[in-house]
Design a protein around this ligand. Sequence first.
Ligand SMILES: [Zn+2]
Length: 179
Amino acid sequence: MGNADTSATAAAHMRTLREISGPLARKGDTSPSRAKPAHAPAPIDLGLLDHLEASRAEIVAAVRDANPAAGPAPLDEGIYQWMVDATPQLDEDRRRVHEALAYRQGLEHALRAGEEKVIRRHACPACRTWGLFWSRPAQRAACVNRYCSDAAGRRSTWTLSQLAHHHIATQAERRRTAT
Ligand SMILES: [Zn+2]
């Protein structure tokens, strides 16, 4: 259940990003018949397509590692459902690793699309306070709670990978206690 949600969420974020990167692929098209965008176009990020390709490659590598006989990988956001379908035999630990991978990529796609609010939906793994925010300079999620810091007084911060693993573990824990 959580697995399906995670892959669907990651896929939705990738689709959004692909829609943003779409005009890039057609940038030769300057015909005036093209509808004006409803809002100002985002600055063109030439790294976007590379990012999408690297994300896909990471999923493909994880799947092939778990199941060398997996069939051909989709070229689009179907990659996340493919990861689930192509690795039905995973034990609980590895399945969680895959879920966290998909979840982390979903966060990465959302941040690339400028949706920093996806970070605020997480409680801090240390103090459980709601209100993590994305620190662009640090490229980490940071806790708003000023009492939440390490021995040196530094604010608690989290990588997207840490956040993803924590999220998936919490979800699994919730499922277990709900039954
Ligand atoms: Zn905290």
